[in-house]
Design a protein around this ligand. Sequence first.
Ligand code: GRF
Length: 222
Amino acid sequence: MPAFSDLSQQDPSEQALLQPAGWNGQGFDPPLQLGVMASGNGSNFEAMEMAIRRGDLSATIRLLVVNNPGCGAQRRAERLGIPCSVMDHRLHQDRRELDLELVRRFQDAGAEAIVMAGWMRIVTDDLIQAYPNRLLNIHPSLLPSFRGLDGVGQALQAGVQISGCTVHLVTEDLDAGPIVAQAAVPVMADDTRTSLAERIHREEHRLLPIALMHIGQRWRQG
Ligand code: GRF
């Protein structure tokens, strides 16, 4: 069942999570103008768009940028009718040049904030400084545990019984920026990397729109 599809069916504590202080029920005016960066499957990108269409997230995705031509995220954007720009990192001289071009495209698209939804590249200061406190990442672990690559595999390897996902602001230190929102996910004794990753993914799809609504209040309050 899609998360938060019917507010009347939710318990009040969940509704409170969805409706941060100051939320007037009408959404942001204008809606949050988002840019999204993705490298692979793009399920978080699509989850954000679905939350927007359900009315759970007051936002517009102005532009998706992908770095792998033909990746799942690009195909989802085509299906959903969302503008998508391909920026193959292999064709760029270095990270800095790629990031400056990213900034240009997002600014041209009118994005006020950017979500890294499965962007598998390290970003430079040029991107971070262009969107101060407005560059978000989603990571498949309860940070500060299991930063970096393969957060799911790291959690399994460590034998933890609870893992989860984190939405955080991006700073120069990898996966170490201020935490915006987290969701916990149980680790089952018979979990494989795939089964745990799927459970975490489902929570990510719920968490990202909630995190955006919360931090969106801060952005709009200046
Ligand atoms: C997610 O697990 C996210 O936490 C990580 O990359 C994955 C992207 O998944 N940063 P998808 O492409 O959105 O399906």
